[in-house]
Design a protein around this ligand. Structure first.
Ligand SMILES: *[C@@H]1O[C@H](CO)[C@@H](O)[C@H](O)[C@H]1NC(C)=O
Length: 250
């Protein structure tokens, strides 16, 4: 236990160390950058409940294009009405199902950046079953993160601490949010640990801050404004990993 705590505090101090790049460099580092992005996850990555079907992907594409990147989105699915509609967002999918999908398609794409937002269906399933803890879900999310780093070893990986649910919208809402919190704690730990051991993986915290239940249109899916907030958070995370030199040429 003691060594675990020491390890964790080391990892956290590495993560919170100030970036050596001054703000000027960070602001311009995306200029001319080629990004081949794989958006990976469930219906939230798909853009479910967004009338356009774009989800966070179009507002993110717009931010990246305005920042003078050359951005393409990858994946076996298409939804939305903008020029880069590809993604790997599987509606209703648990981390196990997302991992199976990634296993089937990983040879067909070569991203230099993966955006992973997964875990809410694992959290909801454990809540519906009235399990005291989302033990299976926690393990499956951890496995999924490791599979992603194994399948695309060149890519920088951004993993979201997932957005909140709206507990008022369904009977198992409070249990689901409790499970989301537990899964997010594991996501933080796994990302810090893999980064400490040299993997180019970083956290994007969507679990509290700008995105709240007020940004959702049902129990789990953001409004267009909520999706735009997700895009802002991904964008900040992308600027950070590009500034660190973690994103190779495609
Ligand atoms: C995309 O869909 C939204 C929602 O239906 C619509 O308002 C918008 O005009 C569409 N954009 C394009 C380029 O078709």
């Amino acid at each position: 236990m003691r060594s675990f705590l020491v390890f964790l505090s080391l990892a956290l101090s590495v993560l919170s160390a100030p970036s050596p790049s001054p703000p000027f460099f960070r602001a311009t580092s995306l200029n001319g950058k080629a990004l081949a992005i794989l958006p990976l996850g469930d219906s939230i990555t798909l853009g479910w409940k967004d009338p356009s079907g774009n989800g966070y992907r179009k507002p993110l594409y717009d931010l990246l294009t305005t920042a003078h990147t050359h951005t393409t989105f990858l994946g076996s699915y298409v939804s939305g009405n903008f020029s880069q509609p590809h993604h790997e967002g599987h509606g209703g999918a648990t981390s196990t199902v997302i991992a199976q999908a990634a296993t089937e398609m990983h040879d067909s794409v070569d991203p230099n950046l993966v955006l992973l937002h997964a875990g809410v269906n694992d959290a909801a399933l454990a809540a519906y079953a009235h399990e005291p803890e989302p033990i299976a879900g926690i393990g499956e999310v951890e496995k999924l993160i490791d599979l992603v780093t194994e399948f695309w070893p060149r890519a920088a990986v951004l993993v979201a601490r997932i957005i909140p649910v709206d507990p008022a919208e369904f009977a198992e809402g409070l249990e689901t949010q409790r499970n989301v919190d537990a899964i997010n704690e594991r996501i933080s730990y796994v990302v810090a640990q893999r980064a400490y051991f040299g993997r180019r993986i970083a956290l994007v915290d969507m679990s509290h801050g700008p995105i709240t239940a007020a940004d959702l249109v049902d129990f789990a899916h953001p409004s267009p404004e909520g999706y735009a907030k997700m895009a802002d958070l991904w964008f900040t995370g992308i600027q950070d990993v590009v500034a660190r030199g973690w994103v190779p040429e495609p």
